[in-house]
Write a protein that binds this ligand. Sequence first.
Ligand code: PLP
Length: 441
Amino acid sequence: MEFHLSKKLFKEANQYLVGGVNSPVRAFKAVSGQPVFIERGAGAKIYDVDGNEYIDYVCSWGPLILGHAHPQVVEVVKSVCEKGTSFGAGCEVEVELARQIIEAIPSIELIRLVNSGTEAVMSAIRLARAWTKRDKIIKFEGCYHGHSDSLLVKAGSGATTLGIPDSLGIPTALAKYTITLPYNDLERVKEVVEKQGEEIACIIVEPIAANMGLILPGKGFLQGLREITRQYRILLIFDEVITGFRVAYGGAQQLYGVQPDITCLGKIIGGGFPVGAYGGKREIMEMVAPLGDVYQAGTLSGNPIAMHAGLQTLKILAQPTIYEQLAQKTTLLVEGLQNTAQNCRINPFFTKVASLFCIFFTREEVIDYQTAKTSDTARYATYFKEILNQGIYLAPSQFEAGFVSLAHTQQDIEKTISASRDGFKAINNYGMVHSCLKACG
Ligand SMILES: *Cc1c(COP(=O)(O)O)cnc(C)c1O
């Protein structure tokens, strides 16, 4: 495969864009690679500027559950554009999308639509602080909730009390209000809440962690969070920006049967356009302006293009057997990859749920950030580059989930498995022998 034009474009991009990209992971730094520039997408495929074709398992990091340029989404967007793209005033389709979401996710009684997942989460945290009149929040190590100040915080060395900024430019004084605990460790949550419960506004969690690779919640973890938050009048926020309409029509909360107080959404509900949303119990949401005194606004919020693209996507997802089809495809892929890996005498740790999957190049069972970090990122990079060259586009980082869309065919999946044989062979002299397949849903 040749990458002449991508190379040239990346060079030029670096003159004008920070690091040549508009979001860091796109620079391929984590795999020490040359980023490819994409010209178009169709179904499960993307095509770069050099004309190379790839089967895409990034799917724009989640939104494209129907695949690229789905005809019904494209059609509705085209016709909407002609009637004006934004009014800064109410439009009918935003009401329809809100109704569609609320019917899918019963814990949401009132919702506010915004323009990104980051914005949704940032606003949900403000609301939780206002509702509880408390300032501290608990989050989990390795969960990503967008790049707002309170959430770009990691655990400090004495851990459970003082958070420290995870980026320059975040006031230490603010980071102190964020407590970061290990994912799946309910005991640690209990310890902290027993001591500081009265000061904690919310616990925010990705109900399925999909930003440190893919890590499933252990048995009772989400239920445990629900119980302890109720006991201490702490709000439970599920960040379902990835999992909403992805792992089930009603999101991870439907899959695991746990209802949060506030849910954050994004990605799929915009059908490939910028979007986010936060919603929850009516009395809590009524604190948001104009009904209440928690301020939050947006120039392009609820614009008809994103609303129509999102609504069309959700309508397709609401049809029968969609999630069964997605799960079947993913099972076929992951089982094929696992068999192939074993035949190549390596046994990475696979995770999967619904249409999400991940291959961790480690012998450990991956249950949290620390165990995810045991993955050999050099081996991932080797595997990634080998299969990229064969036309398979996986996330350019070990610590991302893989996304399967409705557009992926059995043929696509078989091609992926056969390319992976070479990818695994390229690293098979490392002798990883521990095997464990964790599958759910
Ligand atoms: C992508 C993501 C976000 C941030 O959404 P943006 O639209 O990129 O701002 C927040 N939370 C989770 C769980 C995400 O995966």
